[in-house]
Ligand binder design. Structure first.
Ligand code: BEZ
Length: 212
């Protein structure tokens, strides 16, 4: 069965270009973006992994570790990485799991045979420090993902974990947010949102982002 939001992310031990990865141990107390790509030496994947490397500072700022996976071998990954570095003007700085026995692909249901036979599709799992799956995104092989969107989702998760707010359509870090409808007590509203809030409808109340 596929993983659902709130499920525990399965632990595993698998080879990578950086050596054997014991997933929980490697993740430690960080957030994790575990993302699969169909195959090494393919054009869209080359751009995705290069862009991910360039986001190193953005991931670090948020306490997030990225880790890629495909069903290729360690030797294949090691052969491909110089191409990513050269063509995307970067240096790959995160592990790429070599899942040739399809262990991780099976645990995370990353092979969708009606879309792509025997290869992982473009799955993304955002996993919190408690090892819970907090968001999933699935794209087909032909569509490169938007890694800025992945950062945006992490920003929303980290904000809404700490404040009684939700983030509206197309929200970006720094924009106004929505107060959760369950919060009704006037005194608590004033205490939690000292910058004030606007009531558009009783269920639609907006406030400046509390941690800015
Ligand atoms: C790509 O990364 O370009 C790709 C991989 C598999 C199928 C189609 C495109």
């Amino acid at each position: 069965m596929s993983l659902r939001l709130g499920d525990t992310a399965p632990d595993f031990t698998q080879e990578s270009n950086e050596g054997k990865i014991h997933f929980y141990e490697w993740a430690g107390k960080s957030w994790v973006v575990l993302f699969s790509h169909p195959a090494d030496f393919t054009p869209v994947c080359t751009t995705e992994l290069g862009y991910t490397a360039k986001l190193k500072a953005e991931f670090e700022k948020r306490g997030v570790k990225p880790i890629a996976v495909s069903v290729d071998t360690v030797e294949s990954h090691k052969g491909w990485i110089p191409d990513i570095n050269e063509t995307q003007s970067t240096a790959v700085n995160f592990p790429i799991l070599a899942d040739s026995d399809r262990l991780v692909a099976g645990l995370y249901d990353m092979i969708h045979p009606n879309a792509l036979a025997n290869l992982t599709v473009r799955s993304v799992f955002i996993i919190d420090p408690g090892k819970k799956v907090r968001a999933t995104i699935t794209y087909p092989a032909s569509t490169g993902r938007n890694f800025d969107e992945i950062l945006r989702v992490i920003d929303s998760l980290q904000l809404t974990d700490n404040y009684k707010v939700a983030t509206p359509v197309n929200w970006k870090n720094g924009d106004d947010v929505i107060i959760v409808p369950a919060l009704k007590d006037e005194a608590e509203l004033k205490q939690r949102f000292p910058k004030g809030y606007k009531v558009i409808k009783p269920y639609l109340r907006v406030t400046p982002q509390p941690n800015k």
